[in-house]
Design a protein around this ligand. Structure first.
Ligand code: BG6
Ligand code: MG
Length: 229
């Protein structure tokens, strides 16, 4: 394998970004403030505890709670999130995701998960897509959270592909920054407005054919197959 495609999970492969938002919104309501989808953009891609800091910040409640209280709040949010993801089925896979993973695998591209989420393993299991990945990096395996590139660089190392031959698919600004810091090719996957600094952006993975990355990697690999026939 000469290339790798590294995928974020929440909001790229599966429609769980809205569950994170609903659970944080519930915590905000309990704490007495409203939390909007626009404010939630800042929480995408970052770790659970950093998300809590941003949430408290948006409610004007920064520096108000002890570490122990914050851990209890994050655990409560994670319980609500856990109830929401317990209902996940293949129907929650985002458009084009499963097809692209299979297509890449068939074309000999290493398929890697690079997720900040500690809940990634049960999510992959309930969707039945674990076997589509050559390597999985999740929030339990890294010390530094996005925008630090560790989640992606570790993924590249697990499949033995140089960073410059990796493309990263991300719906969060923190994740695009992490990919760029690793000098990987960053592809934004989002309908929620422009991601800054990505090389290309599509609304969802079903539109992958619009990217020059796809033209270069997949179309050239299938042309190569045909010329070998
Ligand atoms: C990322 C999400 O994938 O995982 C963030 O975009 C989330 O919103 C982070 O905070 C950590 O997730 P978890 O499941 O470990 O709380
Ligand atoms: Mg995401």
């Amino acid at each position: 394998m000469k290339q790798a495609a590294i995928f974020d999970l929440d909001g790229v492969i599966v429609d769980t970004a809205r569950f994170h938002y609903l659970a944080w919104k519930r915590l905000a309501a309990e704490l007495g403030f409203q939390f909007t989808e626009a404010q939630n953009e800042r929480l995408k891609g970052v770790s659970r505890m950093q998300s809590l800091e941003y949430l408290l910040d948006s409610g004007g409640l920064q520096n108000r709670f002890s570490q122990e209280e914050k851990e209890k709040m994050a655990a409560r949010k994670n319980r609500w999130y856990g109830e929401l993801i317990a209902t996940l089925t293949e129907k929650d896979l985002l458009p084009g995701a499963e097809r692209l993973l299979k297509e890449l695998k068939a074309a000999g591209v290493a398929v890697v998960l690079g997720s900040a989420s500690k809940n990634a393993p049960p999510i992959l299991k309930s969707l039945g897509i674990q076997e589509l990945f050559d390597a999985v990096v999740d929030g339990n395996m890294v010390q530094e959270a996005k925008p630090d590139p560790q989640v992606f660089t570790l993924g590249a190392e697990l499949v033995g592909i140089p960073y410059e031959d990796c493309a990263v698919f991300e719906d969060s600004q923190a994740g695009i920054e992490a990919a760029n810091r690793a000098v990987m090719y960053s592809i934004g996957v989002s309908r929620a407005g422009a991601l800054q600094g990505c090389k290309e952006q599509i609304a969802d993975l079903s539109l992958i054919g619009e990217t020059s990355w796809y033209q270069k990697i997949l179309l050239s690999s299938s042309e190569g197959d045909q010329s070998n026939v």
